[in-house]
Design a protein around this ligand. Structure first.
Ligand SMILES: [Zn+2]
Length: 383
């Protein structure tokens, strides 16, 4: 809850793009930032020290999945999620609202909350907005996300209004349940795919004493231009002093487009999920290392990248590792992809600080446009 000292400090603006810091109990995060996703309490295949060395300042874990396995009591016994994972930096925990959508065949939603049927053993877990806050407090999370009810893209107007009103009611209940001295509490703006309802949701949540606001229910299949427009509708409707987090997005092009609309925080499973499919980020777009054209490419993955993949081996060697299915390939390309996004965010922050974000943005888009066009978007980008 908002204390006398607000957690987000805005230090510079450049157009709508913002440079700032977000202070948590486990450290201050410079923004814009990209958070590495560790849904089940690990950034897949990467040790915490490696994630930190990649330049990642904050990791994300999932309330619902961790409640299923290993369970809250287990994590509490060890002393909380930081101790359990061996990560000493800030942790944001997602609430479980998105899982109600992605696991909709396994969940039932009412005004009381969400009943999940575990995909692991069929057991039932009931999560009310109060339960979601309490679980995240018990994990020791630095940023607690409210339970929300996203609407599917293509939902009727009536369904969008109903899910938005439920999200607002749950936001108020989450604030009432949130205990002082625990993590920061973020609300989640919903409102479907029309500017009027997005604005209504943003204004309703901005009127509540949240520590930050997320933009939920986007990047789920709507057209790119609509995503940009609705994001701007939200960022225009909330105070400059509030941190803005866009949930579930991780391509260079889209990150830059949303930073230009005033977003501060991002997360996505893409860097590690794509890595497991042999897809690496480069400033010229993603490349699929399994392709035959890399068999005799003895250059580093990305010249000048400080990650373990780029400083110790070549594209031909990485291709070989994928060919022989060595898990070292997954580790190296995951670390490279995380490093790539962390470096992009660092470059973005420098550009905003020097009031040249627009030209930086244009340069990066030109570099992406020069690259070999590849469509390697993962099926699901959300944690
Ligand atoms: Zn690299």
């Amino acid at each position: 809850m908002m204390d006398s000292k607000a957690p987000y400090a805005l230090t510079a603006t450049d157009g709508a793009a913002r440079l700032g810091t977000l202070t948590t109990a486990h450290g201050t995060v410079p923004t814009p930032t990209f958070m590495a996703v560790g849904t089940h309490g690990a950034v897949r295949a990467c040790q915490p020290s490696e994630v930190e060395a990649a330049g990642v300042d904050i990791v994300l874990a999932n309330t619902y999945h961790l409640a299923c396995r290993p369970g809250i009591e287990h994590i509490e016994e060890v002393g909380g999620l930081h101790a359990f994972m061996g990560w000493e930096g800030p942790i944001l925990t997602d609430s479980g609202g998105y899982q109600a959508l992605s696991l909709s065949h396994l969940s039932t939603i009412s005004d009381e909350g969400i009943v999940f049927v575990s995909p692991y053993d069929g057991s039932k877990l009931f999560l009310s907005p109060e339960d979601a806050v309490q679980l995240q407090e018990r994990y020791g999370s630095d940023i607690i996300m409210c339970l929300d009810h996203p609407a599917l893209f293509g939902s009727s107007d009536a369904a969008i209004l109903a899910t938005m009103h439920r999200t607002h009611a749950w936001a108020a209940r989450s604030i009432a349940a949130h205990r002082s001295g625990t993590g920061l509490l973020f609300g989640i703006v919903q409102g479907g795919y029309a500017a009027a309802t997005r604005k209504e949701s943003a204004e309703a949540l901005a009127a509540l004493p949240f520590d930050g606001l997320a933009i939920g229910g986007l990047s789920v299949g709507e057209p790119h231009e609509l995503m940009i427009e609705l994001t701007r509708t939200v960022t225009d409707a909330i105070p400059a002093t509030t941190a803005r987090y866009f949930m579930g997005l991780g391509s260079d092009r889209e990150l830059l487009a949303l930073i230009a609309q005033g977003v501060d925080m991002f997360d996505c499973v893409a860097p590690t999920r794509l890595a497991r499919h042999g897809v690496a980020y480069t400033p010229h777009g993603t490349i699929t290392l399994k392709q035959a054209r890399f068999r005799t490419d003895h250059t580093p993955l990305v010249e000048g990248c400080p990650c373990p993949a780029c400083t110790t081996c070549t594209r031909s060697y990485l291709r070989h590792l994928f060919n022989v299915q060595d898990i070292l390939a997954h580790r190296l390309v995951s670390l490279h992809n995380l490093t790539h996004l962390a470096r992009l965010m660092a470059d973005v922050r420098t550009a905003i600080g020097e009031h040249r974000f627009a030209s930086f943005h244009a340069e990066r888009i030109a570099m992406l446009d020069e690259g070999t066009p590849e469509r390697a978007v993962p099926e699901a980008t959300h944690a």
